[in-house]
Design a protein around this ligand. Sequence first.
Ligand code: GLY
Length: 378
Amino acid sequence: MSAYAERRVPVALGGRAYEVLIGAGLIDRAGELLSAHLPRRRTAIVTDRHVADHHGERLAAALEAGGVAVDMVVLPPGEQTKSFAGLEDLTDRLLALKLDRGDRIIAFGGGVVGDLAGFAAAVYKRGIDFIQVPTTLLAQVDSSVGGKTAIDTAAGKNLVGAFHQPALVLADLDVLATLPDREMRAGYAEVLKYGLLGDEAFFAWLEANGEAVLAREPTPLAYAVARCVEMKAAIVAEDERETGRRALLNLGHTFAHALESETGFGDALLHGEAVAAGCALAFRFSAELGFCSPEAASRAEATIAKAALPTRLHALAGAPFGAARLAGHMAQDKKADASGLVFVLARDVGEAFVAKGVDRDALLRFLVAEGATIDLTT
Ligand code: GLY
């Protein structure tokens, strides 16, 4: 096996089945790899300014060499683009290009571009197909696979969206070479999440090989991305619409979204950093409630910390946080239901489960013990 042996992971969704291609140099081969997916030899690449500057010409040239006519739609970088205004701007630009339903768009970027372009594809002319070419570790291991697309609203993150599966995902590991270290680590939080939620052996492998993954050594990096995608593909194939097992992919996310809401979803606290702290909190909360041992929580925390990711509230920009304010955000979480607060908790490393009806007072006590302030009048 060469260092960068290409892997193809199927996402078995019947009529909406597709493959995730993982390997090096895929962008340079986009003309050939996407050929069958672009029968009309025309596409619009939706990207942001940073990705366009680094890799835009390469992808466009590869497609043009394959006989595909390309338009570039370059968006401002940043979470604020994932809004109703951003959606309107993008769909207006696609309409101006006169793309029709038989054409496909390519979402070329990180989670923001993938979520927005995917949602635009879901609603543009009542739906056109799209291809994901994720350029961050976070997007390659998580957000580009599984068909969740969304924009943010004033009430919160990802609250308006659609399930719209891509026709193909092309995860080119070479693009990670230009990813800033902070973003690489933030994406790595999602990699750790997969081990923590459902694969102790993978977590043990990450304990031994995490530094090599973060250093972007080809073989460990390729294995880590492929293992996450395999796990996600299996979960999504079983529960596309998140009526059950897919919720496990939200390990750490209830805490994370609350923290991001408090810090404004910006550069102060990247999503992956919030997920890292959220996973550590979820394990300590599990230990506090008696679901897992303190040793399991310490093991999770030590490995997250080893990757220079935050595990404690006081380490986060925006600290101190009000306990009741955080709990208020958690009550808004999409998982919350009539039973009340819903968390993904753990019985051990690799054994996450969905806990419904979590007691609000127990949560508040836990948050205060973790260093959140007492703001119980909020
Ligand atoms: N990022 C979690 C999911 O796709 O379900």
